[in-house]
Design a protein around this ligand. Structure first.
Ligand SMILES: Cc1ncc(COP(=O)(O)O)c(C=O)c1O
Length: 211
């Protein structure tokens, strides 16, 4: 929600003090963070037997389902015990094939991720230059803090009317007084589109007295 990155090395260090394992929900990092898009652990160059990574295929991979990456005994145990593998229909082959194809594209074409990061930097910096509060985030999720819930929903509606889908996020998803617009960009967005969105944000932000 804040576009921040969990301090995984510190978390793992604390876990080890208590002989605990760490499960990282990398839903928003898969395909985005790390040199090869492998997520938060790769971002911090971490590899550890007590680190399990879970992620979804429903975001950067534009598919459905998810994965668990971890030591073989853990994976074996999950295969034989997870509720979703017992008395439940498996994902259709077309969905699995789509996920595999998306992973292959991400692995073989690093330009996609580079383009995404260029877009993120351009948009975030543009918002900061306009005077919006992006909460100091570093990741691809870009929050635009608006505070008041009604104002946030009004902002989202005004954006939608101008052809921009940037949902308002309000309590209980975020704390009271921390409502925000949340933007996720795509690698395929062009600079022209990003600049147009920035100019709409400027116009609507001024109209609503946010900037
Ligand atoms: C952090 C996080 N984890 C897990 C999920 C669940 O992903 P899915 O909807 O593919 O089950 C989401 C989805 O929004 C998410 O944001």
């Amino acid at each position: 929600m804040d576009g921040d990155i969990a301090p995984l090395p510190d978390i793992l260090e604390v876990a080890k003090m208590y002989d605990a394992w760490v499960i990282v929900d990398d839903a928003h990092a898969t395909g985005v963070l790390g040199e090869n898009g492998r997520g938060t652990a790769e971002h911090f160059r971490l590899k550890d037997d007590q680190l399990i990574q879970v992620g979804t295929f429903s975001k950067s991979l534009a598919s459905l389902g998810g994965y668990v990456a971890g030591p073989e005994p853990v994976i074996e145990w999950l295969r034989n015990n997870s509720r979703s593998f017992i008395y439940s229909t498996a994902l259709p082959p077309s969905i699995c094939a789509g996920s595999i194809a998306a992973i292959e594209i991400l692995e073989s074409n690093h330009l996609i991720r580079r383009r995404l990061w260029k877009n993120i930097k351009r948009f975030r910096q543009g918002l900061i230059n306009l005077g919006f509060d992006t909460m100091g985030g570093q990741a691809q999720i870009i929050p635009i803090l608006t505070g008041d819930t009604n104002l946030t929903m009004e902002f989202a509606e005004a954006l939608f009317e101008k052809g921009i889908y940037a949902p308002g996020i309000r309590p209980p998803t975020v704390p009271e007084g921390k409502s925000r617009i949340r933007v996720s960009l795509m690698a395929s967005h062009t600079y022209e589109q990003i600049d147009r969105v920035l100019s709409v944000f400027q116009k609507v932000g001024r109209q609503l007295g946010i900037i």
